[in-house]
Design a protein around this ligand. Structure first.
Ligand SMILES: NC(=O)c1ccc[n+]([C@@H]2O[C@H](COP(=O)([O-])OP(=O)(O)OC[C@H]3O[C@@H](n4cnc5c(N)ncnc54)[C@H](O)[C@@H]3O)[C@@H](O)[C@H]2O)c1
Length: 316
């Protein structure tokens, strides 16, 4: 009998490589699987770059990094790769049919105790596993946030058939990867974090559309205000800090006047129709002719790295 000590990540693109890096840093042998040698080689290079970035920034020791690089393997043969898997994470393209086909194959290949996870950002795990005839109860979403090698959040989402014990075991495993996994008990659009984020985006667009403030000022209000507290406490701990009577009173005053639309704002629909598609066309909520999205991404990642270091210090 072959020992099962390996994490297999299927799809070695942007997300799969970051996920593989974190599994290897946790000390597991990792096999990255993709459809072509060239892609899986590129995926491994990306995973190594993720490991090096954490090492260079003090988020992994050089020993851990060296060991993690040595634990990375590649394959273009799913069936052989999963023979030693104790955990499989799918991170292929966001296409329901492709994911359903892969899940059906994996379900037939793997013994029942091996969880099969999907990194889907928008599809329901219930549908992804709809063709699994053997053990759909071991299927679960593990939605890593981009960049997977830096952002700690992973949403562990149960489908209609997921066994809660499997979801809890996957969550425990991800904690060992220095992740902050959350359990989402129902398979709804937006999982957990994107439901909250969409409420913020809806209000933000409405504020700009109604002329209350500019896009830049909305972003500043969030970045320089509530976001400064959020790495340490979320909105619900905030309510406990200020006291629920004050929280209730603010809700009663503000809720009647904020946006409760159930459809996308015509402001963003018009932007899309005009071709104002954001950074890639040079115009979105911001004028990108004088700004660089690459610089913004570099600044975002530099901040996340520093925030991770501070949080590590505060937690120890
Ligand atoms: N990019 C993001 O911001 C983000 C964030 C969270 C979750 N996700 C989700 O993660 C998944 C992967 O996204 P990505 O951005 O890494 O995509 P990507 O295009 O960078 O990588 C996908 C990889 O999967 C490979 N692939 C396709 N079909 C395959 C198959 N049958 N077997 C093996 N490999 C296969 C492709 O060759 C490609 O290398 C998607 O479901 C996506 O929705 C993406």
């Amino acid at each position: 009998m072959i020992g099962r000590d390996c994490v297999v990540v299927i799809g070695s693109g942007m997300m799969g490589s970051g996920i593989g890096a974190m599994a290897a840093l946790a000390g597991h042998p990792v096999t990255l699987v993709d459809v072509q040698e060239e892609r899986v080689r590129a995926g491994k290079e990306r995973a190594i770059a993720c490991i090096r970035l954490r090492e260079e920034n003090g988020l992994a020791s050089s020993q851990e990094a060296q060991r993690a690089v040595a634990l990375l393997h590649t394959s273009v043969d799913t069936q052989t790769a999963v023979r030693s898997a104790f955990l499989v994470i799918e991170a292929i393209i966001e296409n329901l049919e492709a994911k359903q086909t892969l899940f059906r194959q994996l379900d037939a290949m793997l013994p029942p105790e091996v969880p099969i996870c999907s990194n889907t950002s928008g599809l329901r795990i219930t549908e992804i596993s709809a063709l699994c005839e053997c053990h759909p109860e071991r299927t679960v979403t593990t939605h890593f946030w981009l960049p997977a090698h830096l952002v700690p959040l992973v949403e562990v989402v149960m489908g209609d058939k997921t066994d809660e014990a499997v979801a809890l075991a996957v969550r425990e495993e991800l904690k060992k990867w220095k992740k902050s996994p959350v359990l989402v008990r129902r398979d709804l659009p937006g999982q957990l974090a994107n439901r909250v984020f969409q409420a913020i985006i809806r209000e933000s667009i409405d504020i700009v559309a109604s002329g209350l403030a500019s896009a830049e000022d909305v972003d500043t209000a969030i970045a320089a205000g509530m976001a400064m507290r959020f790495p340490v406490w979320g909105p619900l701990m905030h309510l406990d800090a200020i006291g629920t009577p004050l929280g209730l009173s603010v809700q009663e005053t503000v809720l009647p006047s904020i946006c409760a639309d159930k459809v996308a704002n015509s402001y963003i629909k018009d932007m899309v129709a005009r071709g104002d598609l954001g950074a890639k066309t040079g115009k979105g909520f911001y004028d990108w002719s004088e700004r660089s999205i690459d610089e913004a991404i570099a600044k975002r990642d530099a901040f996340i790295i520093e925030a991770c270091k501070i949080l590590n210090k505060l937690d120890n």
